[in-house]
Design a binder for this molecule. Structure first.
Ligand SMILES: Cc1cc2nc3c(=O)[nH]c(=O)nc-3n(C[C@H](O)[C@H](O)[C@H](O)COP(=O)(O)O)c2cc1C
Length: 183
């Protein structure tokens, strides 16, 4: 797929099924994440791949967290089912360090860029996905499961797989003018 076409016209895909990227395709996705812009070459990211039995474990983790948070039955069931919306999830953690030139904010941005790069690498290889976040990114049990230290942050859960629907097209060509000015 042409890089410019992908960047200009890309859409996320939320209806995902097997197969998930494996082998070289998955390696390319991780390598794309590792090439995110990175001030100070800090590599401020960690990628936790969840698939197969990992999805069951993640489901159990979210279910327990929902129970511990005294959520209602509907919310508990929703939490339990949410990992099964894709055959693979990559949890992206911003692994932040104290640095004299690179503030934490920039490290969070780098990790966010890694999510986007990985989603684009997936799409370029015939897969796709959707970047999700939500309250679970802040949950102590979920953070602990992904080895977050106090200074770290879960920047997203990248759901990946094979899209089940043809990607929606952008309804209107975006009018860029309101977003752009020349200084
Ligand atoms: C940081 C971040 C967090 C997001 N969290 C969610 C989320 O939890 N649930 C969701 O449906 N979309 C979430 N999105 C938006 C989707 O990834 C996606 O961009 C949106 O559905 C629009 O689709 P499009 O990418 O095809 O334009 C998030 C996006 C970003 C950048």
């Amino acid at each position: 797929m042409d890089a410019l076409d992908l960047l200009v016209n890309r859409r996320s895909a939320s209806r995902l099924a097997a197969p998930a990227p494996q082998g070289e395709a998955l390696d390319n996705i991780i390598r794309a994440g590792m090439r995110a812009p990175d001030h100070g070459t800090l590599q401020p990211w960690r990628f936790h791949i969840i698939e197969k039995q990992g999805l069951e474990r993640f489901s159990a983790l979210l279910e327990q967290a929902a129970r511990d948070g005294e959520m209602d039955d509907k919310a508990i069931e929703k939490a339990k089912q949410s990992p099964f919306r894709a055959p693979m999830i990559i949890t992206v953690v911003a692994h932040c360090v104290e640095h004299h030139k690179v503030p934490r904010r920039e490290q969070l941005l780098s990790a966010g860029c890694a999510v986007m790069a990985m989603q684009m690498a997936a799409a370029a290889q015939g897969f796709n996905g959707i970047w999700r976040s939500g309250a679970w990114t802040e949950n102590d049990a979920v953070r602990a499961a992904f080895n977050c230290r106090e200074q770290d942050a879960i920047v997203g859960f990248l759901y990946l797989g094979t899209p089940q629907l043809k990607s929606a097209t952008t309804v209107l060509p975006p009018d860029t003018a309101p977003f752009v000015s020349y200084f």
